[in-house]
Structures are given as structure tokens and as C-alpha cells.
Design a protein around this ligand. Structure first.
Ligand code: NAD
Ligand code: DAU
Length: 340
């Protein structure tokens, strides 16, 4: 069967996962339009390898007029919506941008997409909308029980998408991936934090006792799963995307320290994240059985290659860390510095 080629508009395509999706979709031959506000988290360097193979608009998804102009000009068949404020700790310090983009931006994008008759809309949600789970795994029909301002904003967006499906027959699909890792992740997130600090022989901040559990999924597997939902997914459905690879934070730190031949003395237990979800775990049978997707990247190999990537791209990593240090200093000076 010949593969269908689409014009796809990707929001947040200059972000960590969105850019991997764009890189993969370009390889598949799709025509790509990227819409990204280029917040502190966005960076077109992530799309260097596919330069010239996508159209770019530096635009805020919450700006309905501008989004309408882009949609009228580009006429994409599908929209894949990654754009979001994505960092839990930041949402705890100030939730306003999370409400603005994750809820307001999604609503404006839905309005524009419906008006323009978009044929398929993939909404990228997160496993965090389910809340935490001590035993077992979240299935797609489980109730939403978000705990952080970030996950509350993402859950609100899910409800908006579900309401558009129910009310207007809007052709949307919701995907809920678990924690992603890989190249190009912004070093506010745990894995690049560990790698940077370990390389520099600095203290590694581990919240509480490091016993919290996350399900780690390589970005290449995540982006491939999103492509599968775009091509084969059923309108109105929700698909979990997980690797089933669960790891305690402390185990992850030790793994990376071993790869980099650094001492465990760098591990520093710090004050816990307020309301810190203990464990997430997804049941991903639905996407595996119905869309024939499964993760390919072995966790140990994936982490090893990720560490290597940050070593090889240390200038990028350090530039982002320095930017972040200044950013925190300007915005949240006394408390955050004190805590670390
Ligand atoms: P990211 O923070 O790396 O990228 C987000 C991108 O969105 C950035 O390029 C940013 O510039 C852009 N953006 C933010 N606000 C915008 C706005 N108003 N208009 C246009 N663009 C805007 O995030 P990520 O880690 O790549 O996550 C992508 C999506 O996947 C998010 O929706 C996130 O909630 C979800 N998700 C992430 C993970 C993870 O582990 N990283 C796991 C599950 C789900
Ligand atoms: O589960 C999916 C979610 O994963 C996504 O929806 C979010 O966008 C993404 O940021 C991520 O959220 P987490 O809060 O799980 O990721 P983070 O990398 O911030 O933290 C991972 C774990 O490590 C978490 O238990 C908190 C802990 N941690 C984090 C940092 C930054 C530390 O112990 N120390 C740290 O310095």
C-alpha cells in the first residue's frame, strides 16, 4: 500500500518532542508547516537537520487572527498540537503562562481548526493528567485527576478537545505520552540536569529521597507513535504512549553517573517538589494492538546515547543552562537559589 503524504501543521515544532516529530515527518515525505512562538523553550537549532524542508511561522497559538491567516494560506490537512508550557516546577511558581497557552491557546487553535475544516487534529496531552498511581497502570478511560498546575492545564485542554469532539464531531485524537528523554531536551528537565551537573562535577539536586517513579520513553519512539495516530488512529479516541520502562529517579541518577564515571557523592537530596506525583505508569496496549506501534529503543542504550549526545553538543547544553540561570535569577531570585 502506498503511504499517504499530507500537509501537516505542527504547533510547538521548535520544542523538544515537536522537533523530533518534524524531523521524522519530513523523512516520511510529508509537507511540514511549523508554528512556534519560540519561548525560552523553543529553538530552531533543533530543526537544523531539516532546514529548508519546512515552512516556519513564529506565532503565538493563542493569537486567533494570526493562526487563521496561516491556516488560510497553508491549508494543512492535519494539525499536530505539541505547543505548551511543559515544565511542572515552573507551573508551581507561576501558572499564568500555563493557563494562557495550554488552555487558552488550545481553545483558539480548536476554534480556528474547526472553522477551516481541518481533517485530523492530534492533541498531545500527557500521562500526568491521570494524576499519580501507586499500583497498576492508567488506562485511557480512567478519570482525570491532575495534581500540578501544569497537569491541570493539560487536563483542561483535554476536556476542551473532548468537548469539541462531542459537540461538533470535531476530528480530533488525544495522545498521552509518558516522560520523554533524548537529545535536545531543555536542561530544566531532570535528565539533562543530571548530565550537565555530572559532566561539570557539580551537585545533582534529587527531590526528596529520589524514590519517585517515571516511565521513560525515547523521543524517537514517541514521535513515531504520534505519526501512527495521525495515519491510523481512530477519530475521537485517546491513546496512551508509554514504554513500560519504570525507573526510580535515584536509579536513573546512578545510571548516568556510572556512564560518566562520576562519584555518587554528587547526589544531593533537596527539598521535595510541592505536591510531587509519586508514580506514573501507562497501559499502552491500545496503541500497540490497534496501531501496531511499539517502542524500539532499549532504555540503557537510549540513556547511553543520550549522554553521548549531550557530551558532543555540550556548547548547546551549557548555553541553555546559562540562559536558565539568568532567567531564574531575574524572576525568582531569593527562594529558588536558596533551595538549590
Ligand atoms: P517543550 O517545552 O520542549 O516545547 C514546547 C514548544 O512550544 C516550544 O518550542 C515553545 O516555544 C512552544 N510554545 C509554547 N507556548 C507557545 C505558544 N503560545 N504558541 C506557540 N508556541 C508555543 O515541550 P516538549 O517537552 O517538547 O513537550 C511537547 C508537548 O508534549 C507538550 O504539549 C507537553 O505537554 C507534552 N508532553 C511532554 C512530555 C515530556 O516528557 N517532555 C511528556 C508527555 C507529554
Ligand atoms: O510524565 C510526562 C511529563 O514528564 C510531561 O508531561 C512534562 O512536560 C515533563 O516535563 C515531565 O514532567 P516531570 O515532572 O515528570 O519531569 P521532570 O524532568 O521535571 O522531573 C522528572 C522527575 O525528576 C520528577 O520526579 C522530579 C524529579 N526531579 C526533577 C528535577 C528537574 C528531581 O529530582 N530533581 C530535579 O532537579
Amino acid at each position: 500500500m502506498r503511504k499517504k503524504i499530507y500537509k501537516i501543521l505542527v504547533t510547538g515544532g521548535a520544542g523538544f518532542i515537536g522537533s523530533e516529530f518534524v524531523r521524522q515527518a519530513v523523512k516520511q515525505g510529508h509537507q511540514m508547516v511549523v508554528v512556534d512562538k519560540l519561548t525560552y523553550a523553543g529553538d530552531l537549532a533543533r530543526l537544523k537537520s531539516v532546514q529548508g524542508k519546512f515552512v516556519f511561522y513564529k506565532t503565538d497559538i493563542a493569537d486567533l487572527q494570526k493562526v487563521m491567516i496561516i491556516l488560510k494560506k497553508e491549508r494543512p490537512r492535519a494539525i499536530v498540537h505539541f505547543a505548551a508550557e511543559s515544565h511542572v516546577d515552573r507551573s508551581i511558581l507561576d501558572a499564568s503562562e500555563f493557563v494562557y497557552t495550554n488552555i487558552g491557546g488550545t481553545q483558539q487553535l480548536l476554534t480556528a481548526s474547526r472553522e477551516m475544516g481541518i481533517k485530523r487534529f492530534i492533541h498531545v496531552s500527557t500521562d500526568e493528567v491521570y494524576g499519580e498511581i501507586s499500583r497498576g497502570k492508567f488506562k485511557e478511560h480512567f478519570p482525570l485527576n491532575p495534581n500540578s498546575p501544569y497537569s491541570a492545564s493539560k487536563a483542561s485542554a483535554d476536556f476542551l478537545v473532548k468537548a469539541y469532539i462531542h459537540t461538533f464531531g470535531f476530528p480530533a485524537i488525544i495522545v498521552r505520552p509518558s516522560n520523554n528523554y533524548g537529545p535536545w531536551q531543555f536542561p530544566e528537565k531532570f535528565i539533562p540536569v543530571i548530565i550537565y551537573k555530572a559532566i561539570k562535577n557539580q551537585k545533582i539536586p534529587v527531590y526528596a529521597k529520589g524514590l519517585n517513579v517515571r516511565e521513560w520513553l525515547h523521543i524517537s519512539d514517541c514521535a513515531r507513535a504520534v505519526l501512527a495516530t495521525l495515519e491510523l488512529g481512530q477519530e475521537g479516541e485517546i491513546y496512551n504512549i508509554g514504554s513500560a520502562l519504570e525507573c526510580k529517579n535515584i536509579t536513573l541518577v546512578k545510571m548516568i553517573l556510572k556512564i560518566l564515571a562520576r562519584s555518587q557523592h554528587l547526589i544531593t537530596f533537596v527539598k521535595d517538589r510541592p505536591g510531587h506525583d509519586f508514580r506514573y505508569a501507562l497501559d499502552s496496549h491500545k496503541i500497540q494492538n490497534n496501531l501496531f506501534w511499539k517502542p524500539h529503543v532499549d532504555f540503557e542504550e537510549g540513556i547511553f546515547q543520550t549522554v553521548q549526545w549531550y557530551q558532543e553538543n555540550f556548547t548547546w547544553l551549557e548555553r541553555k543552562v546559562k540562559f536558565l540561570e539568568n532567567y531564574w535569577k531575574q524572576i525568582y531570585k531569593p527562594t529558588h537559589e536558596g533551595e538549590r
